[in-house]
Design a protein around this ligand. Structure first.
Ligand SMILES: [Zn+2]
Length: 180
């Protein structure tokens, strides 16, 4: 069922989706404020939010918008459900493993939009793997050690092994390929 019309709050009381639609130009109408977007409808905060989360123009015009549109409980402050330091650590390791497996750059999830999205799906318990510095100093070495251990294990188990240098380089260092 389509949401019914809402009472538009006065300008100083507007929060969330109201901030990204123009409700003052045409009476009884709201228009997306995303630069180049022509979407409009009868004023309704839920309907505005439903449009805005999928509107590329609004996301481009208001980079902070996705962080504003998630429920406040997921944004800041203490996690609403208990999560232990060990749990958080394990989640970060798993996340960084997945990032490395997918060749994603270290700062990929270091945005308000990702923090908001991850906080929303985990009830505020996990807002991303952490900033670039922490990933580089703590989690990448842990993940690399796990990967090295797996490689070493495979080499030990194999009947025979060959190793050759690849032409590709990372930071001017050679890449070794193992064939078991
Ligand atoms: Zn729009």
């Amino acid at each position: 069922m389509a949401p019914g019309p809402s009472v538009v709050p006065p300008p100083d009381k507007r929060t969330g989706a109201w901030l990204y639609v123009d409700v003052d130009t045409t009476p009884g109408r709201m228009d997306c404020r995303g630069d180049g977007c022509r979407w409009g409808n009868a004023p309704n905060k839920t309907r505005a939010r439903d449009h805005l989360v999928g509107c590329l123009a609004a996301k481009r015009s208001f980079p902070e918008m996705m962080g504003v549109l998630v429920p406040a409980v997921n944004n800041f402050g203490a996690p609403p459900l208990p999560v232990t330091t060990e749990q958080l650590h394990d989640w970060r390791v798993l996340w960084v493993e997945a990032m490395c497996d997918s060749c994603l750059p270290l700062g990929f999830f270091e945005t308000d939009a990702w923090r908001a999205a991850l906080g929303a799906v985990t009830g505020g318990r996990f807002q991303g793997p952490g900033d670039r510095r922490m990933l580089a100093s703590t989690y990448v070495p842990l993940v690399a050690a796990k990967s090295d251990a797996r490689t070493a294990e495979r080499i030990r188990e194999a009947d025979s092994s060959a190793v050759f240098m690849d032409g590709a380089t990372v930071n001017r260092q050679g890449v070794y390929n193992f064939v078991n």
